[in-house]
Design a protein around this ligand. Structure first.
Ligand SMILES: NC(=O)c1ccc[n+]([C@@H]2O[C@H](COP(=O)([O-])OP(=O)(O)OC[C@H]3O[C@@H](n4cnc5c(N)ncnc54)[C@H](O)[C@@H]3O)[C@@H](O)[C@H]2O)c1
Length: 271
């Protein structure tokens, strides 16, 4: 059962990738807390399913492509026109491209850069300007445990998530001087459509490889709880679940041993 966080009452929130998985659960959790949430996604059908529920707050849907800066501008303009402010942006939308880097096409590399990295830069750039004007706001960018440690066969995904980590942690210190908060979010394994929708290069099977790690994914609702608590506490890094915090910590302390024992086997796995 989701714990309600009263601080989010009447807050104006945009969540990208809100139609499914973690993003959808985050939209619902904010709306349960009384926030007015804009679920932004490219998947119109998924967005429609969100509007059938009622909440203490509200959920409005916006169809947009996060890789397009112009879509972000339109969305933020709409939100500010309707509410006069944007309190929280969660840059969550993302895709996975998995398989041998050597076999990955340039088009696939560009696609994941556009959706997973440019989205975060566009969204942050535009929301940040609005939040500076307000003198307040919070930007939360979804990275991954793969943004703190390497993930062979998800090389580009991991590289981009490391970029999101560095971007968010660097901006956090600049933004604090302007009254704006920035967090980076590091989920471990979460039940969602990410693995099913992954672009698998050649005969790679991301879902099977991830299942083969033996780690049990948490639900998207649990992930949302961690995310909302982290944002409410203005945490620099929101890392979950506990097993993921331990793995990441061990990698930071013993990178060579962890590379050999945990990371290298992923380079060999394919199905
Ligand atoms: N599920 C996990 O185990 C896990 C682990 C670590 C990090 N993450 C990250 O969490 C975030 C959410 O992923 P998820 O697991 O909920 O996946 P998901 O596939 O269930 O949801 C992703 C959402 O993003 C949307 N999206 C994709 N491209 C878009 C675009 N161009 N414009 C707008 N929306 C777009 C999709 O339509 C979908 O609704 C991603 O950034 C992912 O990298 C997930």
């Amino acid at each position: 059962m989701m714990k309600k966080i009263t601080a989010f009452q009447n807050k104006i929130v945009i969540v990208t990738g809100g139609a499914a998985g973690i993003g959808r659960a985050v939209c619902e959790a904010f709306a349960q807390c009384g926030a007015h949430v804009y679920a932004a996604d490219i998947n119109e059908q998924g967005l429609q399913a969100l509007t059938s529920q009622s909440f203490p707050g509200s959920i409005t849907t916006i169809k947009m492509d996060v890789s397009q800066a112009v879509d972000f501008q339109t969305a933020i303009d709409q939100v500010v026109a309707e509410h006069g402010a944007l309190d929280i942006l969660v840059n969550n939308a993302g895709i996975a491209v998995a398989g041998d880097f050597h076999d990955t096409t340039m088009a696939e590399l560009e696609k994941i850069i556009n959706i997973n990295l440019w989205s975060v830069i566009h969204g942050t750039k535009l929301a940040y300007s609005q939040m500076i004007k307000q003198g307040r706001g919070h930007i939360a960018n979804v990275s991954s445990s793969g943004g703190l440690m390497p993930v062979p066969k998800q090389t580009m995904y991991s590289a981009i998530k490391h970029a999101v980590t560095g971007f968010s942690h660097s901006l956090r210190e600049e933004a604090a001087l302007r009254g704006v908060e920035v967090s980076a979010i590091f989920p471990g394994m979460v039940q969602s459509d990410l693995w099913d929708n992954a672009i698998n290069v050649k005969d790679y099977n991301m879902k099977k490889v991830m299942q083969g790690t033996g780690l049990k994914p948490i639900s998207a609702q649990e992930a949302a709880q961690y995310i909302l608590e982290g944002i409410a506490g203005n945490k620099r890094s929101i890392i979950f679940p506990r097993i993921n915090r331990i793995i990441v910590r061990l990698y930071q302390l013993f990178p060579n041993i962890m590379a050999k024992v945990v990371v290298a086997p992923l380079a060999k796995a394919s199905k």
